[in-house]
Design a protein around this ligand. Structure first.
Ligand code: SF4
Length: 431
């Protein structure tokens, strides 16, 4: 979502004649769009500001603005602690970006925009064209979260659930397709909680699937509780909806799910998975895991391993629990770090084995790949299959923006390598 937000901030800034630069030394304004999910996010901000200071030593200081969730969570503290920072803008106040710049240019005092003005934000952004021109684009449809998992900062940094207007999303998607997008990933902290005047994410996906040159639709991140039947059915009816679903579970133990306030049991989670597999047996899953959550016993952890083996996630993102200031779990007793580390190692070893086995199962099979760009190698193209696996092939033809049938020849943890087939299945080139 931060990538989408950064692009939208840039779209806004263009209106007051700012341009993007890759050269840090040239920047008149430095925007650090931050994420508060990972540990030490605030330290990273100070570290990055330090780099800017070094680059601009003996030069005119650039305008420095911190945006995103660290700005929201630490606003005044950042401004107080580092005089080099000119302004902080929270994620739901990003529409104030241009006003902030103009005020700073006019030597106004330090600015803190951290109100939750999400309606006003999207009203402003809807009138600014999304200039993103990637083959695969992000599109925010929903923000915020009302779930209040005990470990998570999102309800405090992004605020309450808010869904954008369906028509505005369709309009922005058409614009992205006009810019060259073939695939769109719908974004939301709780994306399947989307509800705009009773229209759910399934309604939105049906609408988007009517856009002619849009070939692929993905969405992330879903909550099991909001996985309603209509969305399950959409997976059986809409070919453009890709068959990889990111469905965070965090732990395989009901005891821990309850402690986390995840609002569902393992059994209810399986129910969603089974419903999806019933309508489309090809669907695969990825998930997020927190290892060593306060109170996690050996038995709870074994339950998590059992779940991993059962679902065979083709991708899993796992981290040792680390407390986020201001969240209820920050006050809970942390378990011994060496225990958490040992568990994480075991978890990741098993997850890697499952992933590698899955990747190997694709060898000699055909997959449909949407090519996004060229690699640094000559005549080599990078794309993704329907399950978001990275695929690399060689071709004399320009493949960017095309969906091609590819025979997978080999693979490792990160990438698959293949060759393109023509319609008659004649080999064109091998990687
Ligand atoms: S559902 Fe997701 S975004 Fe919402 S509080 Fe839980 S982890 Fe955070």
């Amino acid at each position: 979502m931060n990538e989408y937000d950064s692009n939208r901030i840039y779209d806004l800034a263009k209106k007051i004649n700012y341009e993007k630069t890759d050269s840090l030394d040239e920047a008149d304004c430095y925007v650090l769009n931050t994420c508060h999910i990972r540990e030490k996010a605030t330290d990273k901000v100070y570290h990055d500001i330090g780099r800017v200071k070094k680059n601009f030593r003996n030069k005119k200081k650039p305008i420095v603005i911190i945006t995103g969730c660290v700005a929201q969570a630490e606003g005044d503290i950042l401004l107080m602690k580092d005089s080099y920072i000119d302004a902080v803008i929270g994620p739901q106040s990003s529409h104030n970006f241009n006003e902030t710049i103009i005020k700073i240019e006019n030597k106004k005092k330090k600015l803190n925009f951290t109100n939750f003005d999400v309606v006003e934000k999207f009203d402003t952004l809807n009138s600014v064209k999304n200039s993103c021109n990637g083959i695969s684009s992000f599109l925010t449809i929903q923000e915020g979260c009302d779930k209040f998992c005990k470990f998570c900062v999102v309800p405090y940094t992004r605020g309450a659930e808010y869904s954008r207007s369906l028509n505005e999303i369709v309009k922005e998607c058409k614009n992205l397709v006009d810019n060259g997008s073939v695939e769109v990933t719908l974004l939301g902290q709780n994306v399947n909680a989307y509800n705009f005047n009773g229209k759910r994410i399934s309604d939105l996906v049906y609408e988007l699937s009517k856009i002619n040159h849009l070939k692929r639709i993905r969405y992330t991140t879903s909550h099991p509780v909001d996985f309603t039947k209509d969305l399950v059915i959409a997976h059986s009816q809409i070919d453009k909806l890709m068959p990889l679903i990111h469905l965070p579970i965090q732990s395989g133990s009901n005891n821990i799910l309850e402690k986390m306030n995840r609002k569902h049991s393992i059994e209810e989670y399986f129910e969603v998975i089974n419903q999806l597999l019933e309508v489309n047996s090809l669907i695969k899953f990825s998930s997020d895991f927190i290892i060593g959550y306060p109170g996690e016993t050996d038995r709870d952890f074994e339950e998590t391993l059992k779940l991993l083996k059962k679902i065979k996630y083709i991708n899993s993102y796992s981290y040792i629990f680390s407390p986020r200031p201001g969240t209820p779990s920050a006050k809970m007793k942390i378990i011994d770090n060496s225990v958490s580390k040992r568990r994480l190692t075991r978890f990741q070893k098993l997850a890697d084995e499952i992933k590698l086995k899955y990747k190997r199962s694709l060898i000699n099979k055909q997959s449909k790949v949407l090519f996004e760009n060229k690699t640094k190698e000559k005549n080599e193209f990078f794309g993704r299959d329907e399950f978001n696996n990275s695929v690399i092939v060689k071709s004399d033809r320009n493949l960017i923006g095309k969906i091609e049938k590819v025979k997978i020849l080999k693979g490792n943890q990160n990438s698959l390598f293949g060759e393109i087939y023509t319609d008659t299945e004649n080999k064109v080139h091998a990687a």
